[in-house]
Ligand binder design. Structure first.
Ligand SMILES: Cc1ncc(COP(=O)(O)O)c(C=O)c1O
Length: 382
């Protein structure tokens, strides 16, 4: 499989026809337990928390798409990040991108730090700041690139070199680009994380998360977390994500085309300021985007003058839906300060550069002219 090109892998990796019936789709194995073949012997599965054939297929497919050693699927993206940090011990130090999904900050500050793990938020787009933050007890550098919602990039290869020199591992939240547009393990990172809820599922009809490790030690560690802590993805959700990834490359091509067209339109609109989209040559990290990404994706954010203007925009959109989340076939718009960053204090939000007029778009796969017309009429209503 490894020799096949990406579009072929998306359809076939991990998804061989069912050996018993020839069914071309991986069956949904709705069984909590499996008949054993003797004492201490089985056909490869004994209990679904430890392993399930539908989940195995998804985990192999995702490991192949990220060029990793192993995949481990969890109930949500947050459950995957919880599994990632389950290896940490009191006294460990973690460096985390400052401009990261607020749910990650909530987990780190309100739960993980209570175990005696010190989390330090660093602007990981600044390599000197990452270098300066490294300590002898730094175990993990967790980055999100592009970041949410400001689309700030972190140089994965450079951060990996710094972290490895200090004996730390690097994990990358690759949710915003999907494995079709960015391959962190190839750039030197150790672990990739996705909220499969987004582009991998692609249809906004389920929740899930995955960790992709690059070594046998990761496999052992994440299997233990799955078995000991639970939180594994259900077979039905695995089935939906398996179905979703078959069209991932195709969907991503349309997301990308629409994302570029929408960004181009917004970049010229007089009511729009501080548009953040790494595919525009005016983005300060355009060159890094070209170097480490295979495309620019369909996530972007911009500012209107005030919260009131943002509210008028959200009330006026017709095709775009005023909803949190991203990566589905339908286009979404959301008010960052009250959705993804609603749990962050106003002061911190301001320090991060997320003002009350900031809106985030997840551009879907509808007709791009219709999407632009919708944005145009909503901006007129502002
Ligand atoms: C970048 C990123 N990481 C992680 C998550 C958490 O994923 P989930 O909602 O599946 O728990 C999200 C959710 O929005 C996200 O945007």
């Amino acid at each position: 499989m490894a020799d096949y090109r990406y579009d072929t892998l998306a359809v076939h990796a991990g998804q061989q026809p069912d050996p018993r019936t020839g069914a071309v789709n991986v069956p949904l194995y709705l069984s909590s337990t499996f008949q054993l073949t003797g004492i201490g012997t089985d056909r490869g599965w004994d209990y679904s928390r430890a392993g399930n054939p539908t989940r195995d297929a998804l985990e192999s497919a995702l490991a192949a798409l990220e060029d990793g050693h192993c995949g481990h699927a969890f109930t949500t993206g947050m459950a995957a990040i919880s599994a990632l940090v389950a290896m940490l011990r009191a006294g460990d130090h973690v460096i985390c991108s400052r401009d990261v999904y607020a749910g990650t900050v909530r987990l780190f500050d309100r739960i993980v730090s209570g175990y005696g793990v010190e989390i330090e938020y660093v602007d990981t787009s600044d390599l000197k700041a990452v270098e300066a933050a490294m300590r002898p007890n730094t175990r993990l550098v967790h980055i999100e690139t592009p970041s949410n919602p400001l689309m700030v990039l972190t140089d994965i290869a450079a951060v990996s070199r710094i972290a490895h020199a200090g004996g730390a591992e690097v994990s990358v939240d690759n949710t915003f680009l999907s494995p079709a547009l960015q391959s962190p393990l190839k750039l030197g990172a150790d672990i990739v994380m996705h909220s499969t809820t987004k582009y991998l599922n692609g249809h906004s009809d389920g929740l899930g998360g995955v960790l992709i490790g690059s070594t046998p030690e990761h496999k052992e560690r994440f299997l233990l977390v799955q078995k000991a802590a639970g939180g594994v993805m259900s077979p039905f959700e695995c089935f939906l994500v398996l179905r979703g990834i078959k069209t991932l490359p195709l969907r991503i091509r349309q997301h990308e085309e629409n994302g570029r067209a929408v960004a181009e339109f917004l970049s010229k609109h007089p009511k729009v300021s501080k548009l953040a989209y790494p595919g525009l040559k005016t983005h300060p990290q355009y060159e890094l985007a070209v170097k480490q990404q295979k495309g620019f994706g369909s996530m972007m954010s911009f500012e209107l003058k005030s919260r009131e203007e943002a509210a008028r925009f959200l009330a006026a959109i017709k095709i775009f839906l005023n909803a949190e989340s991203l990566g589905g076939v339908e286009s979404l718009a959301s008010h960052s300060a009250t959705t993804t960053h609603g749990s962050v204090s106003e002061e911190t939000r301001r320090a991060m550069g997320i003002n009350e007029g900031r809106l985030r778009l997840s551009v879907g796969i509808e007709d791009k002219e219709d999407l632009i017309a919708d944005l145009d009429q909503a901006l007129k209503a502002v």
